[in-house]
Each structure stands twice: as structure tokens, then as C-alpha cells.
Design a protein around this ligand. Structure first.
Ligand code: HEM
Length: 502
């Protein structure tokens, strides 16, 4: 009897303590011990489950995903408020980011390493013309246009009217631009190494879903099914690093020859991220601690992979959705082409032209809105306890900026499933964006390549529409897509017809 009284007292104490401790947390659903709410998350479309929950619990709610307490935010004002704070600059403690990437690179880095590498990458992108300011924008434009024309020539080589899945040719052309920027070299379309790198990249992003169970229940890696995924990701990472090691040696050799005045190495400036990293090592050679902490080999490989991967997957997926939605909406496509021909005549687009092509710009934004490339957003981690709207977000929480809910908010975007670029054009015909549009997120950790992405999307998008009209091969094409870390269209074919010049 005594034992029962003691147990009941402990139980009452624990319940009261838990209730008291959680009183100021955001509202949200209960879950099971250990698993939390994971069993109720739609593994194919986690963004829909999260959006559904926001309708019940409001624009800030909390839930447990395995052992990770998660706060989901769907209100841009709150996301902005949170993501400008130092306390939310961390990354969520997910197994795939912390367990596989081990905090290396830029996407998964935290603390001093993140600060230093973010500064470095920002500086590189400005130097190479991938930012709003700087004198090198024309150089970047030339690099992108060379690869846009590679895509155009490939499609033209298939005939005046050809039916093809744009995935592979687009990935080759966008990937080649990223290869030059990151590694200073590109591969031919059929090169074995290049084909294999693309395969790893594609498979990897499908496996790394933010809401995948492995992220929250690391012990699952001992289960054969998840173990196989882990083996694929880890061996893929190590094999990729071997290729990178060889590229780094080639670039180091190039810089050495240049320093010794080899006339075949023609340019004096640093032209890619690999060279920039080597040059930074050289510049700081008298600071062994800095080299050890921020410029070691592991960091080098992970950083190259991050910039290449983040730059290629996102732009590729956006352009695939863009062409798909334009094929589905021929009247809108026709108007865009009229605008392009009126403004450019037969000239190719330049970065300066974009202000005169509002429909092109607005239609790219609309594609980014209607199919968020990262629908769950890229989560942050709270490195300290923070307060928002009267709620407490404990240290160690994962904060999810739910892009899907923001971009499909019915009050802001009436009839959200309708593809309508005019949402981004005001009465004077100028392009306008509001805070409910955040494909690159916001705050101190916002996408570092946003301007480069804008340049790539615009130059590829405008040129493709200038050169081709695009139709669906199958009217019943799926517009739902497949969700890994990115939401990609299912494989599909489009009919590209050459547009005769005026
Ligand atoms: C349509 C294209 C793109 C989209 C939608 C996109 C979106 C994003 C988002 C949502 C984040 C997370 C921001 C945060 O954590 O708050 C991010 C981070 C990042 N993006 Fe992009 N991105 C795009 C293109 C690019 C390009 C072209 C590059 C190449 C330089 C790039 C490099 C990165 C890197 C390195 C990070 C990590 C930044 C950090 O953790 O500090 N992205 N991107």
C-alpha cells in the first residue's frame, strides 16, 4: 500500500512538473514516448502534415519529432523576428547534418566555423560576380550565358521540334556553370566521372528529407533498410571527396605554375572557389590555429560539396517547375514571349534587361511560390533559449520556417494552386514582392547564393523562352512532385519547338 502511495505521488509530481515546465511552450499535438509525433507525419509529403497542423494550432506550434523538440512557424513576421537573432543561427540537431556531415561545410556548420566560412564564401561570390554589387557581374553573366547556349544548342540539335525530358540537359548545363565556379573545370556531357557525380547528387537529395525518421531516431541506422541509405550517403560522400582531392591538386599545381611565371596560365586573378580556398590557406599560413580550425582538408571537401550541391539542386528544380508550369499555361507563356521579343528583338538577354522584362521576372517568382523548392524550409537550431510572441523556444529546439504554408497562404495568395504571375506585378506594371515570398528564407543565415540564383534563373528562363515554345507531352502531367530535401517534379517530357526569329 505504501509503495502505491509513493508511486502515485511521484506520478502526480512528474505530471505537475511536466505541465508547469511546458506551460509557456507553443501549443501543439501530443505524441508517443520516444517517437513523438513522427508516426503521423506523411512521409511522402511532410509539408502537408505540417501545414495541416498549423491550421489547428496556429502560426507557431510545437511538437516532438523523435527526441527533437520542434517549433514550426508559418508567419513571415515571426520567422523574420526569429532568424535575425543570434540565438537561432544554429542548425537543427539532425542526424544527417550532425551525424553524417559532422558540422563541416557551410550548410551544417555552426559557431565560429560558420561565421568564418560564411564570410569567406560571401567574399568569393562577390569577387566572382555572383552578388548585387561588384565589377565582375559581366564575367558571371558570360559564364552563365555560355552554358545557357550549351542547353539551347543541345535542344536544337535534336531537331526543330523535339520531345525530351529537360532534366538531364538542364542539369548538365547548370552543373557546368557551377563546376567552373566551384572547381574551375567542367566535364563533357558523357564523361563518366561527371555522370557518376550527378547520380550521387540526385540520389543523395532524395534520401535527405528533413522529416525522414533517421534524422530523429539515429538508432534506426542499425535497421537494414536505413543502414543501406546510410552506407550510400557515407560511401558517396567519401568517393566524392576523392574526386575533389584530385581537383584540388590540379588547381594547386596551376597556382604554383602561375607563381613561377608559366605563360600558359594566362590570368592573374583567382577564378574559382577551389583556388580561393587554396589562396586563403596561403595568405594565412602564419596562423596555424586558424588553418587547423577553419581551413583543414575535411572542411575544404565539405564546403566545395555544399556550394556545388546547394547551387545546382535548387536552380535545376526551380527551372524544371518553371518550364512545366509554362507548358501547362500556354497563354501566359505566349505573353512572356511577346514581352521578350518586344524588348530584346533578336538579342540575347543581359542582366541589365531584367528590369524591362517584368513578366519574365514575375513568372519565375510565381514558379518559386507555387512549388517551394524546399517546402519544409531549411530548419535552424536554437543555440540558446528564445522567446517569441510570449512563447518559449528551448535551447536545442529545431525551428522550421514552413515555406509551403507561407507560399500557399490563402489570405495572401488567393486560389494558391493557380499559376498567376500577375500576383507579382503592381498597377504600374512593376514587379513587387512581399514578405510572404521567401524562397531564400530571411535573416542572418539566408541563402548566400540568392543573387547568383536570380541571375541563373533569369538568364536560363528568358533565353529558353526566347528560343523555344514549350508544350506538355502528356496533358495529365503530375504537378505534385516528389519530396526529399527538395520538392522535385516527377520525370516528364516536354515538346520544345524552335521559335523563328523575327
Ligand atoms: C533557386 C535557387 C535557390 C534557392 C531556392 C535557395 C534556397 C536556400 C535556402 C532556403 C537556404 C537556407 C537559408 C537558411 O538557413 O535560413 C539556403 C542556404 C544556402 N544556399 Fe541557397 N538557394 C538557391 C540557390 C543557391 C545557389 C546558386 C548557391 C550557390 C552559391 C546557394 C548556396 C547556399 C548555401 C552555401 C547555403 C547555406 C548558407 C548557410 O548555412 O549559411 N544557394 N539556400
Amino acid at each position: 500500500m505504501m509503495l502505491i502511495i509513493i508511486l502515485v505521488t511521484i506520478l502526480i509530481f512528474l505530471l505537475t512538473y511536466t505541465f508547469w515546465k511546458n506551460m509557456d511552450l507553443p501549443p501543439g499535438p501530443w505524441g508517443l514516448p520516444v517517437l513523438g509525433y513522427l508516426p503521423w507525419i506523411d512521409s511522402k509529403a511532410p509539408y502537408l502534415t505540417f501545414t495541416q497542423l498549423s491550421k489547428k494550432y496556429g502560426s507557431i506550434y510545437g511538437l516532438s519529432l523523435g527526441s527533437i523538440y520542434t517549433v514550426v512557424v508559418t508567419e513571415p513576421k515571426v520567422i523574420k523576428h526569429l532568424f535575425f537573432k543570434d540565438a537561432t543561427i544554429g542548425r537543427a540537431p539532425l542526424y544527417l547534418t550532425h551525424g553524417i556531415m559532422k558540422g563541416y561545410g557551410l550548410i551544417c556548420a555552426e559557431g565560429e566555423l560558420w561565421k568564418e566560412q560564411r564570410r569567406f564564401v560571401h567574399h568569393c561570390l562577390r569577387e566572382f560576380g555572383g552578388s548585387k554589387i561588384g565589377f565582375q557581374r559581366k564575367k558571371m553573366e558570360a559564364l552563365i550565358m555560355e552554358n545557357v547556349m550549351d542547353f539551347v544548342n543541345f535542344v536544337e540539335s535534336q531537331g526543330d521540334k523535339s520531345t525530351l525530358d529537360p532534366l538531364e540537359p538542364l542539369r548538365h548545363s547548370l552543373g557546368s556553370a557551377m563546376n567552373i565556379l566551384v572547381f574551375g573545370k567542367s566535364w563533357s556531357r558523357d564523361d563518366k566521372t561527371w555522370k557518376w557525380l550527378q547520380h550521387l547528387q540526385e540520389e543523395g537529395t532524395q534520401h535527405i528529407g528533413v522529416a525522414g525518421p533517421l534524422n530523429f531516431l539515429p538508432f534506426l541506422r542499425f535497421h537494414p533498410k536505413f543502414g543501406k541509405t546510410m552506407d550510400f550517403l557515407i560511401s558517396g560522400k567519401l568517393e566524392t571527396h576523392k574526386v575533389y582531392k584530385k581537383i584540388i591538386q590540379e588547381q594547386a599545381e596551376y597556382l604554383k605554375n602561375r607563381a613561377q611565371g608559366d605563360s600558359s596560365t594566362d590570368t592573374n586573378s583567382i577564378t574559382n572557389i577551389t583556388q580561393a580556398f587554396l589562396a586563403e590557406r596561403e595568405r594565412r599560413k602564419d596562423e596555424p590555429e586558424i588553418l587547423e580550425k577553419f581551413y583543414n582538408d575535411q572542411q575544404f571537401y565539405h564546403l566545395l560539396a555544399d556550394i556545388f550541391g546547394a547551387g545546382l539542386d535548387t536552380t535545376l528544380t526551380t527551372l524544371r517547375w518553371y518550364l512545366l508550369y509554362l507548358a501547362k499555361n500556354p497563354a501566359i507563356q505566349r505573353n512572356i514571349r511577346i514581352e521578350i521579343h518586344d524588348v530584346l528583338q533578336n538579342n540575347l538577354p543581359t542582366i541589365e534587361d531584367i528590369v524591362h522584362l517584368p513578366l519574365v521576372e514575375a513568372s519565375i517568382y510565381e514558379a518559386q511560390r507555387i512549388r517551394s523548392v524546399v517546402p519544409v524550409g531549411i530548419p535552424h537550431g536554437a543555440t540558446e533559449e528564445v522567446e517569441v510572441d510570449g512563447f518559449r523556444i528551448p535551447q536545442g529546439s529545431m525551428i522550421v520556417p514552413l515555406q509551403w504554408a507561407v507560399h500557399m497562404n490563402e489570405n495572401m495568395w488567393p486560389d494558391p494552386e493557380k499559376f498567376d504571375p500577375s500576383r507579382f506585378i503592381n498597377e504600374e506594371g512593376k514587379v513587387v514582392r512581399n514578405s510572404y515570398f521567401m524562397p531564400y528564407q530571411i535573416g542572418k543565415r539566408m541563402c548566400v547564393g540568392d543573387e547568383l540564383a536570380r541571375m541563373m534563373l533569369y538568364l536560363f528562363g528568358a533565353t529558353i523562352l526566347q528560343k523555344f515554345s514549350v508544350e506538355l507531352e502528356d496533358e495529365h502531367v503530375d504537378l505534385i512532385g516528389v519530396c526529399g530535401i527538395t520538392l522535385t517534379p516527377n520525370s516528364h517530357k516536354l515538346i520544345f519547338s524552335k521559335v523563328s526569329s523575327k
